[in-house]
Write a protein of this length. Structure first.
Length: 202
């Protein structure tokens, strides 16, 4: 689950089929398979949906049991990687929600293609409940490809844990009810600014 801090008024008109539930001014977005866009650079048959929330363009694909992912390129982040597409490669931060294959199957491909292109390792945030299994997945793929010294660039996450992606953007994990232990992520635009009423006070 991806939570964008926004308000319903920020949603623009779009062909994107989206189920929205306004809870305490948070917008919970659930991708639908009903929207198919123009041809895609890597996988022309793969539908990529887009929705605009204020200044953010959110792109994603979800076909249950096959592949799910969400990208916010302006924030340099991706959520889940059921399939690895070219547009993901420049994104430095990948958040994994849980261990189902349709959400993680492209994870080693994503990291491996970045290395092949001599890009820095990304940071892959994973629920602590599957960190060891994800490390084993990277180790297995390294051995299959005859590589050595490939350390999985994983950051183990717990519910309530916060990480700064840069000076302005912060992510917070929270527990999600699913058939497997799962995390959702709230993305904050973090600002340190004194409220006007406190201006000039010691």
């Amino acid at each position: 689950m991806v939570v964008i801090r926004t308000t319903p008024e920020m949603i623009s008109q779009s062909r994107f089929a989206v189920a929205a539930l306004d809870v305490a001014d948070d917008l919970y977005l659930e991708w639908s398979r009903r929207d198919v866009n123009e041809n895609h650079s890597i996988a022309p048959a793969l539908p990529i949906s887009r929705v605009t929330c204020g200044d953010l363009v959110i792109e994603g694909h979800s076909a249950s049991a096959f592949s799910s992912f969400v990208m916010i390129r302006s924030l340099n982040i991706c959520f889940d990687v059921g399939s690895c597409i070219e547009e993901m490669l420049p994104l430095d931060h990948l958040f994994i929600t849980h261990g189902h294959q349709d959400h993680i199957l492209g994870v080693t491909r994503y990291a491996g293609l970045r290395r092949l292109q001599r890009m820095p390792d990304p940071t892959i945030y994973v629920p602590s409940t599957i960190t060891k299994e994800m490390e084993s997945l990277f180790d297995c793929m390294a051995r299959l490809e005859g590589k050595s010294g490939w350390t999985a660039p994983l950051c183990s996450m717990e519910s309530g844990q916060r990480v700064f992606l840069n000076q302005r953007v912060m992510a917070e994990a929270f527990t999600v009810t699913h058939t497997l232990p799962s995390l959702g992520y709230i993305i904050y635009d973090y600002k340190e600014k004194l409220k006007p009423e406190y201006d000039g006070t010691p």
